[in-house]
Each structure stands twice: as C-alpha cells, then as structure tokens.
Design a protein around this ligand. Sequence first.
Ligand SMILES: C[S@@+](CC[C@H](N)C(=O)[O-])C[C@H]1O[C@@H](n2cnc3c(N)ncnc32)[C@H](O)[C@@H]1O
Length: 271
Amino acid sequence: MQLGVLKALFTDKLTKLYRLSEAENIFYMVLYYLEKKSKTAVLLGQETMLGDTYVTLLQSLMDGKPVQYVLNEAPFYGLDLFVDETVLIPRPETEQLVHWILEDHPNFQGSVVDIGTGSGCIPLVLKKHWPYAQVSGCDISTEALKVAQRNSKEQNLDVIFFQKNILTEELEPYDIIVSNPPYIAHSEKDDMHENVLEYEPHIALFVDDTDPLLFYKTIILLAHQQKSTCYFETSEYYRPELDNWLKEHNFSFVWQPDFQDKDRLLKVTFD
Ligand SMILES: C[S@@+](CC[C@H](N)C(=O)[O-])C[C@H]1O[C@@H](n2cnc3c(N)ncnc32)[C@H](O)[C@@H]1O
C-alpha cells in the first residue's frame, strides 16, 4: 500500500477525534515509530505493508488513547522517554520551563530537585545538560517512580529518584527546586479533553478545590527556609492569586509567558 493511502486511512478515522493537523501528526509519529520514516517518504510515494501492528495501533488511537501511551514514548527536550498511563505525558510548556532554567544556570554544578517528577522528564534533561550537578526527582507515586527510574537507566543519566509526599514530609535543602505540581481544580473537569480525563493519572492532574495553590504555597515556604531558587509551571488562572500571595510574603518573583503568551511559568527567588 502507498504510504499516502495509509495516511489518508489514518486521518479519515482519527479526524473523528482530532483536528486534521493533529491527526496527521499522530500518523507521522506512528510512521516514525514503526518504520523510522518521515513525511518525506509519504511525499515520495513510498510503499508499505499494512500489517497487524498498524491496525492494532489505529484501534487504540480510535479508542481515544493518547498516541504517547499507545507508543509508550514521548519526546522531551531531545530525549525520547518511556511513558505509560501511570505518568503524565510531558508537555511543551514544561520543555519551556526547562529551557528557562538551563538558560539561567549554564554549567550548573549544585543540587536540584524536581518535585512531582512523573516520568522524570525534568531532572533527566537537567542532568543531561548539567553532568556535574547533583540532580534528584521525587514523587508520591510508586508507579511513576518506576517509570522515572526506567528512563534514567535507558538514558544512562544518573538522577536520584525517591518517594515523598511533599505536602506532609520534610525536604532536605537544595539550591534549586523545580515543580510542575498537580494544579487543576476538580471544578475545571468539564472544560477538559475527554482523553486526558480518561487516560492520564488523576493524581498528576488534580488538586483539592479548597486550595488549588496548596502545592505552590507549600513548596515556596519550604524553599524560603532553604533559600532555594524555585521554578514552577502553573495555570494562567492562578496568576492574580499567586501574585497577591507572593507580594504579601515579600518574595521576589518573575513570570515568563508560554508559547501561547499565557503567564504560566514562574520563578521565585530569596536573598
Ligand atoms: C503535573 S504532574 C508532573 C509530572 C512531570 N514533572 C511533568 O512535568 O511531566 C504532577 C506529579 O506530582 C505528583 N504528586 C501528586 N501529589 C504529590 C505529592 N503530595 N507529593 C509529591 N508528588 C506528588 C504526581 O504523582 C505527578 O507525577
């Protein structure tokens, strides 16, 4: 079968769930995963066999399962990481956060911890760029830590992963603290994509509606005691409330917009 015909078959089915551009991207991810071929192969009119694997993958995709979980793979800032349904799929905004940290601290050699590490995406990239730093990641979830450790081994990057409930346990001092904590209130569920709700781990997404800023406040107060520089990903809805809270405490902070020009990346520093 011509790859162009296969692409048409995929996009025809997937546009029932996704926009055309997203459906095409998913097809190209599958093509690369199965045959290590890119868009050029399609444009050149190359042929392929429509095997069982294509059909099985298409079926899972049509069930609404995100392509990264179907392929057990997610790209993140130059690393191809293993992911499954026990960890959040790493997002482009988080790559932006990592980019900001790396720009702020070239050749960093101190200590850093990522709180709520999921797949380990943040500390693994930091370790790749900072070979002499002491890089750690923690999470409350045993399953997520297994994935992070698997990625550390597969990428040959020496990151220390450990279990911690950051809301109830102490944390030893670090020079830098990074976190993309759970920040979606349960009341926002109705606005979310069905496949995020169905497939991504709720412990990674949701925070108690009574205080959606709980993780930020807890981590910033910890960082204040330790004089650690902190970097966060957050929701654009929280900027006014976080601004007020940070000003009340006299903490220095700066926002950076994400790709969609939303203030979702935050740095907090202490003298
Ligand atoms: C939004 S995900 C971020 C995952 C990853 N850092 C990323 O950016 O893709 C939040 C993570 O925080 C973890 N988490 C939730 N509650 C926690 C707690 N009380 N203490 C530590 N980690 C927690 C979840 O298991 C999840 O892996």
